[in-house]
Design a protein. Structure first.
Ligand code: SAH
Length: 393
């Protein structure tokens, strides 16, 4: 295995468990070859860690083990997959929830790879060419550890990948398949670009909406995608939902999600529109909602404007507050890794302060249990959700 010397600061970080390698950690970045398994040593050539080189934005690679006696081979990956499965035995046993994250990157020991479970089908998401180079060995280990899969699909998330999405092996599903989440049905497309129709990391938020926050409420779901939050609300007794998304597909896909649950999609509004335009419109028409969901992408450019969580979240909340009924709930969410929990909380609160509207924090969410987090890598705990209630006054 190739030996690479790393600088002192990086050595300390890695020994403490930080799993990310950066170019600056190395003396000579010319030595970094995509896909290499490497033995990392300190200044005095003493063992520090085993890892691989795989470039992914600012990341140059990942630490795989701090144990000098480990070998990065088929058996190593086989062991990690068995452990990941064991950790999720409650999910495998749960008849009411049939989709979850089965392997979560560095939280389960391999940065740059996630695996999602959808009712017996598995989706591998590869985040660098470096890790993808080892896909044959990794898949082989997976199939021995988890032999009872129906089919395997993959998503490639790195630049210049051969494809975004592909069926790999086993049985090809008839699309869409239907999964359950706390008893609610969702249509899933396993082989359509990077996204499947459902973001599994919001499961606990959807469940709470279904169990408690939907009842009797009029709901505005912005950046609604396939309307999953609205379906949960409607299943929980919401009177009506309004869904707003610019994507062409959104309307048809949202309709489907209602209908697969036996809900009448005609009772819900599904609008293909920019969220900011809709909020303008709603203000002009003095519409009011008792539950508003704000879960935008980290960054989005539409024809008219650019939205970034870092720059525009306060503005988004401020626009939404103006159509939030007194006593109403607002769910603010982001998956932006670059924004800390505290900064995000401040940006949400700032909107209430600017408008002089009182609200209090009802609940906070981060990633659900299946999205295992590496505690030494705060970035991996990316989901931040604050639920605030406007006071009645
Ligand atoms: N909240 C959704 C996921 C949102 S994914 C859920 O939980 O299922 C992000 C969505 O935002 C995409 O569907 C995209 O089409 C939409 N989008 C991005 N910018 C937008 C804008 N300015 N107005 C409306 N929709 C937008």
């Amino acid at each position: 295995m190739k030996v690479l010397r790393i600088k002192e600061l990086a050595t300390d970080r890695i020994k403490k468990g930080y799993p990310i390698l950066e170019e600056l950690d190395f003396f000579d970045k010319e030595e970094l070859v995509e896909g290499d398994f490497v033995r990392l040593v300190d200044n005095h050539y003493k063992f520090v860690a085993l890892g691989y080189i795989g470039s992914e934005k600012k990341t140059a690679g990942w630490v795989l083990s701090l144990d000098d006696s480990d070998k990065i081979d088929y058996a190593f990956f086989d062991r990690l997959f068995r452990m990941a499965r064991e950790r999720r035995s409650a999910f495998y046993a749960d008849k009411k929830t049939t989709a979850f994250r089965m392997f979560n990157g560095d939280g389960d020991g391999i940065g740059g790879l996630t695996i999602d479970y959808y009712d017996g089908y598995y989706i591998f998401s590869w985040y660098s060419e470096g890790i993808y180079q080892h896909k044959d060995m990794i898949l082989k280990a997976f199939k021995v550890a988890i032999p009872d899969f129906k089919g395997i699909y993959e998503k490639c998330h790195y630049p210049n990948a051969p494809h975004k999405s592909k069926f790999v092996e086993g049985n090809k599903a008839e699309e869409p398949i239907v999964i359950l989440e706390n008893g609610v049905r969702y249509n899933i497309y396993l082989d359509e670009g990077w996204m499947t129709g459902l973001f599994l990391d919001q499961r606990n938020v959807r469940n709470k909406i279904m169990e408690e926050w939907g009842l009797g409420r009029k709901v505005l779901n912005t950046f609604s995608y396939t309307g999953a939050f609205s379906v949960a609300a409607a299943m929980g007794g919401a009177v009506k939902t309004v869904n707003v998304d610019v994507a062409n597909r959104s309307k048809e896909r949202t309709k489907e999600q209602f209908e697969v649950n036996g809900l009448d999609s005609e009772q819900h509004e599904i609008r293909k529109m920019d969220v900011f335009d809709y909020l303008d419109y709603a203000q002009k028409h003095q519409l009011q909602f008792d539950l508003i969901v704000l879960d935008p992408p980290t960054f989005a450019r539409t024809k008219k404007r650019t939205f970034s969580v870092e720059k525009n979240y306060t503005e988004l909340v401020a626009e939404a507050i103006q159509v939030l009924a007194p006593g109403g709930l607002i769910i603010t969410s982001t998956n932006a890794r670059t924004v800390s929990r505290d900064d995000f909380f401040d940006s949400v609160n700032l909107a209430f302060e600017e408008l002089d509207v009182d609200a209090y924090l009802v609940e906070e969410y981060s990633l659900p249990e299946d999205f295992a987090v590496n505690n030494e890598n705060p970035n991996s705990n990316y989901l931040k959700v604050f639920v605030l209630q406007r006071t009645k006054e």
